[in-house]
Write a protein that binds this ligand. Sequence first.
Ligand code: PLP
Length: 460
Amino acid sequence: MADLVVARCVEHITTLPQQSLYGVDDAESACLRMREPAPAEGTALPVLLDALFTEYIPQSFNTPSPGYLAYIPGGGVFPAALADFIADTTNRYTGIWQAAPALVQLEANALEWLREWMGMPVGTSGVFTTGGSMATFNAVLCAREKYLGLDIRPGVLYTSDQAHHCVIKSAKLAGIMPDRVRSIACDAQFHLPIDALRAAIAADRADGLTPFMVVSNAGTTNTGAVDPLDAIADVCRDENLWHHVDGAYGAFFQLCADTRAVLRGIERADSLTLDPHKGMFLPYGTGALLVRDGAALRAAHEATADYLPDVPSAAEFYDPSQHGPDLSRGFPGLRMWLTIKVFGADAFRSAITEKRALALDAARRVAALPHVVMDAPVELSLFPFHITWPGASRADEDAATRALMTDVSKRGRVMISGAVAGGRYVGRVCVLSFRTHAPQIDALVEDLAAAIDDIVGRRN
Ligand SMILES: Cc1ncc(COP(=O)(O)O)c(C=O)c1O
């Protein structure tokens, strides 16, 4: 069975560039046709593999493709899949330290490597999660426990109107209701304005509320903007607030010398969301949270039970169940550990540096195309833009830019997506897959040029 699966997987990844990027046309009727009751009897594996690889998998966005420049690309490095295979086959219990101490130590090592890469101090602790959303939820929980205790209703959380929607979801999960979340309007470059932040905090204090947390962005999903992290850290220090940085997209640009300046202050965060399934190219399902005061993370999750062994001394050994809500779970640490050991840290440094260079090149060439207006500079590896022409209204520009995203993606060489930001529809290009190289940027620029010609030509 393993040989059959590996053969299909290898064929799949070696033909990725030739496969369709956007296979979800007619998804509704296809899904309706698929509904079936639980089978009473088994089916031969080759039959199931055929259905998966020829029918179901192609009906999707081809997210690991080199041409995938939409949303926030991931990639999915293959050794991580092998790590999952080993983890699931050996099926050891890594929820608590005593059940698999050496394996848990591998996970602790991987978290420690993340801490070092981010420049956070010794004493920082962390936990692997399924993604950035759950990491952010855990961060709100830590901040709430530390600053609000039992009295959570007056607590107010501040973020920008460009924050990922997981912030408001996380707040709600942690008992901070939407009326206690301030989504502060960004400046023209999509950054959280410091004056407005200070003013909002002061207004809430004057109303008898309890500001307790700021969530800033190290790379927004819409436009790639990095908030002034150092200045926000100063506000949090002055106001005695928890500073969480959402680095789901951008944190791994700490590994690139060129982007460290824009991220300055990230290392001062009280907590930091990382998404190895984005900036470290791992398969989906790997997020991470780092918390500067490791004791605060443990305080939020510490628990014992009569049937469990004693919790190991935190100073000596890492116990995952004392750092997050899960007890039983998979073994996320192995996919991180094996991948980093197989490639070495330098491979990640050079890959992320290459993505940055490709994005800069793409932005320069896209900006030079007729009718293109850039809506923000490339701060990391993502840039927003729209198209215009003499006499175009905002509605015309929005419709044409939206059509451009579909038109370019339908040409089949690259896939891009858009977003609404700053009151208009913007196209976005995000370069983050480890498989994306110069040929995909050439294809992007050529296909954008041809599609803009068509779309603007039709409207004039
Ligand atoms: C900036 C940002 N924050 C948070 C998230 C949520 O992360 P996840 O999808 O891993 O839960 C995303 C996901 O795209 C993101 O781009």
